[in-house]
Ligand binder design. Sequence first.
Ligand code: GUN
Length: 310
Amino acid sequence: MAEILDGIRIRDEIQAELKPRVERLARAARAPGLAVILVGNNPASEIYVRNKVKACETLGIRSEKLTPPDTIATDELIAIIESLNAREDVDGILVQLPLPAHVDTRRVLEAVDPDKDVDGFHPLNLGRLVSGRPGLRPCTPAGILELLKRYRIPIAGRDAVVVGRSDIVGKPVALLLMHEHATVTICHSRTSNLAEVCRRADLLVAAIGRAAMLTADYIRQGAVVIDVGINRISDRGQAEAIFGHDPEKMAEFDRKGSLLVGDVHPRDVARCASAYTPVPGGVGPLTIAMLMANTVQAAERRLGVCSASG
Ligand code: GUN
């Protein structure tokens, strides 16, 4: 029976450890402050930002949401970021992605003060990640490593295969696994014999954004599988094709009109893997927990308060 790697439990553990650090900061100086910029009205981004603000409230982190319209120009957005960079009470700045097509995302991300870059997307922090120096790490990859460590899943010497080469997940998680001494292969849409490469993995990370694409053919018996995908399906035929084996899930589809599914086939991963992250409830909750961790870390550095308890 495969072990389910419970992201909600690990998120709660991480947040419980952060709480005394936030309280210590509040006693010694002030509560940490996070500014979130949400441009326009992308419904998925609105949900993500709402959850980030809620997590701040739970922990006692002061949050501030800025919501410029989707007509904003790149230079205007950069001016907002520069004013947040200059503010003493803001420790973390997060620009929710994706930005509207006319906005130059690269220039915007480069405008964030690297010391306040709690998403870890600034080139300076990415360079620190590449060279293994301390710095703010991208949240989803950092959450995956945290999950593996807390479940004591060995990484050193294992064959890790990462499917997906995005700047936000694929590339940084591959680097973090390599720093932990895994032998890492990065696959993408043009990889030939993808299933064959994936079957070599002791540790398979799926971050491609295609519902249930990795089936039994891609999973070595006994592999550990980390599913980063969050795909919403609202077509009943597609839901039936993926969840036909699971009457409870189909009942949920009929109640809600849609279901979330990862990049890995839920039936096959339960059959083939030794341990895996479910969707929902696996990697998703860890992204926000690591955002909170990065915000606390940035505040401790800026305020000169060390993280030891007491
Ligand atoms: N959009 C999707 N994932 C992320 C993330 O981790 N951070 C930000 N800022 N935007 C995102």
